[in-house]
Design a protein around this ligand. Structure first.
Ligand SMILES: NC(=O)c1ccc[n+]([C@@H]2O[C@H](COP(=O)([O-])OP(=O)(O)OC[C@H]3O[C@@H](n4cnc5c(N)ncnc54)[C@H](O)[C@@H]3O)[C@@H](O)[C@H]2O)c1
Ligand SMILES: [Zn+2]
Ligand SMILES: [Zn+2]
Length: 416
């Protein structure tokens, strides 16, 4: 089978032929239909967190597919079921955290695409006890990003108990944040979306944010007209973004940290925290029940997944766009190709964005990518309509590339 493999930490993903794995006792073999790309996959492949992943590693913890083979034992899923393979690949099931419904904090965890091989492959082995059935009415391509980005932000908000009368600020409207914003709306709170990218703020508006704030300015000042935040959900892997979010919390405010920066330290003011009763809460993904909730909310039409589709076999360029370590100096920050004549982008030292970049033109036309979803092309063909969509995407890209070559003088201005 084909699988995207990280052979050494910091090296780019490579698509290899590898043997189809065999399910052991309690396990299942899943034929993958779609798998989301989470920023965690990038942290993992760079090996920039305190605990390192297994190597070689097949990343991916937003896999969705069909059960095709059962290992030994009595299993809670059957051949042919559509299941999601979340970050928590396995937990002991007996400790007090597991028994209390907090299996994500089990002290003997296995993580998909980190301590065990994940879903950037045509087939993946998973523990039947920790996959979640995908209900009818939720397609594989939507279910994939919900499996981590969705459940993480849903749970992150749940632990902060947002009220309809409160203001929820979501910092970072990427893969996680664009879903977090929608859950905040589902909780009935007033929402503030914060990002550094104009396109992400535009997306937040389209998704119904009550306020959007560009993080480059003075966030405290920008929040003056809005009032402070009762809840801040920080998805950005940046300690300074967390410090700023903490500063704009209202008295009794709760900051939930889900972003996981390589720099593992956060300095916060004690007096402000104590005198205004602020809380800082860490939150790791969500439980099987939380994910089932996310699927149910999606089936009810309360969330919309914004994603771009790529085939696994041609995913390398798509991944490089999200993988700065693999960018040579001078390459375009949108698509990673070395167009060569762009001006440096703001806050993006050493990389350049070029007005001839086809991907940049795509996002200028509103087809922006909040999240990439990868799928083996075989599954794209097998699933109804997906081949057509994949072909349309290719055709779009070709057209845009042609436009980019012919319409350069009137293309969008490079960022500065
Ligand atoms: N706690 C968990 O269980 C959990 C689960 C999944 C992912 N994560 C972590 O969450 C983080 C985000 O993942 P993602 O997939 O959403 O990433 P992403 O790259 O899709 O999104 C990040 C967003 O933050 C924005 N941003 C960057 N700097 C900013 C700043 N200073 N202020 C405001 N916005 C800024 C970017 O423009 C982008 O929209 C990663 O660190 C990932 O490892 C944690
Ligand atoms: Zn994730
Ligand atoms: Zn346990």
């Amino acid at each position: 089978m084909k699988a995207a493999v990280v052979s050494e930490l910091g090296a780019p993903l490579e698509v290899h032929d590898v043997p189809v794995p065999s399910p052991g006792p309690g396990q299942i073999l899943v034929k993958i239909e779609a798998s989301g790309l989470c920023h965690t996959d990038i942290h993992a492949a760079r090996g920039e967190w305190p605990v390192k992943p297994k190597i070689p590693l097949i990343p991916g913890h937003e896999g969705v597919g069909i059960v095709t083979k059962l290992g030994e034992g009595e299993l809670p899923v059957a051949d042919g079921d559509r299941v999601a393979l979340p970050w928590l690949g396995h937990a002991c099931g007996h400790c007090r955290h597991c028994v209390a419904g907090w299996e994500t904090y089990c002290q003997q965890p296995q993580y998909m695409g980190y301590t065990m091989d994940g879903s950037y492959a045509e087939y993946t082995v998973a523990y039947a006890s920790h996959v979640v059935k995908v209900p009818d009415g939720v397609g594989a391509f939507d279910a994939a990003p919900l499996t981590c980005a969705g459940v993480t932000t849903y749970k992150g908000l749940k632990v902060a108990h947002p009220q309809p009368s409160e203001t929820v600020m979501v910092v970072g409207i990427g893969g996680l944040g664009h879903l977090g914003l929608q859950y905040a709306r589902a909780f009935g709170s007033t929402t503030v979306a914060v990002d550094v990218e104009e396109e992400k703020l535009q997306l937040a508006k389209e998704l119904g944010a009550d306020h959007v704030v560009e993080a480059r300015g003075d966030l405290l000042e920008s929040m003056t007209g809005i009032g402070g935040a009762d809840v801040a959900l920080v998805t950005v892997p940046s300690p300074s973004a967390m410090q700023t979010a903490h500063a704009v919390l209202s008295p009794n405010g709760r900051m939930v940290i889900v972003g996981l920066p390589a720099h593992d330290r956060l300095e916060l003011p004690i007096f402000d925290t104590v005198l205004t009763g602020k809380s800082v809460i860490g939150s790791l993904v969500g439980t099987s029940n939380d994910l089932a909730d996310c699927f149910a909310l999606h089936a009810r039409g309360l969330t919309k997944v914004v994603a771009e589709r790529r085939q696994l076999e041609t995913s390398t360029t798509a991944l490089r766009r999200s993988w700065p370590a693999a960018f040579p100096p001078g390459s375009c920050s949108t698509c990673a190709e070395p167009h060569g004549s762009g001006r440096p982008t703001r806050g993006d030292k050493g990389r350049q964005n070029d007005r001839r970049c086809a991907s940049r033109l795509r996002s200028a036309r509103g087809l922006l990518c909040a999240r990439l979803t990868l799928a083996p092309s075989e599954r794209i063909r097998a699933a109804d309509g997906h081949q057509l969509k994949a072909k349309q995407l290719t055709a779009d890209t070709d057209d845009i590339e042609r436009d980019a070559r012919t319409a350069e003088p009137s293309g969008p201005p490079a960022e500065n």
